[in-house]
Design a protein around this ligand. Sequence first.
Ligand SMILES: CC(C)(COP(=O)(O)OP(=O)(O)OC[C@H]1O[C@@H](n2cnc3c(N)ncnc32)[C@H](O)[C@@H]1OP(=O)(O)O)[C@@H](O)C(=O)NCCC(=O)NCCS
Length: 146
Amino acid sequence: MTWIRKARIGDIPTVYTLEAQSFKDPYPPLLLMRLLALYPYGFLVAEREGRVIGYIIFRTVGEKGHIISLAVEERLRKRKIGAELLKKAEEILRKMGMAGMWLEVRESNIPAQRFYARQGFKKVGVAEGYYADGEDGLIYYRTLSS
Ligand SMILES: CC(C)(COP(=O)(O)OP(=O)(O)OC[C@H]1O[C@@H](n2cnc3c(N)ncnc32)[C@H](O)[C@@H]1OP(=O)(O)O)[C@@H](O)C(=O)NCCC(=O)NCCS
C-alpha cells in the first residue's frame, strides 16, 4: 500500500537520494530543507512499507501553483504513484484558490513530457537556457477547475 503524506525533515536524505537518481543537477539536501521550511504545505512524499519512494515539491506564486520537483523511485515508476502525488498537490492548490499550475521540464525529458500530457498539461512556452547546462525548459500548464 502506498500512501501520501506531508514530508518531514527526516525524509530529506531519502528525497535527496531520489533527486540524485532522477536528475542531472539534483537539489542538494540543504536546499531541500529550505524548500520544506518555505513551503510546508507544498512538500509531499509517497510512502510504502515505511519507505519513501516518491515526492512532489510545489509552491504558490500569485494565483498559480508551481511544481518545483516531482520524482518516483526508478524501479517503481509507471504504477501511478506520480499521478497520485500530482493529484494530491492539485487538491491542495485548488483549496488554496489557485487558478492553475505550471512546471518546467527539460526539452530532452520525453517520458516526463508524456506523463504531464497524460495528466492534462499543455505546453505553453519555452524557458530558454533554463537549466544550468544551458538546456531549454519547456513550460507546461494546466488549469485547476473548482
Ligand atoms: C515523471 C514521473 C514522476 C512519473 O511518475 P510515474 O509514477 O512513473 O507515472 P505514473 O505511473 O503515475 O504515470 C501516469 C501516466 O503517465 C504515463 N507515463 C508515465 N511514465 C511514462 C513514460 N516513461 N513514458 C510514457 N508514458 C508515461 C503512464 O503511461 C500513465 O498513463 P496512463 O494513465 O494512461 O496509464 C517519473 O517517471 C519520474 O520520477 N521520472 C524522473 C524524474 C522526472 O523526470 N520528473 C519530472 C521532471 S519535470
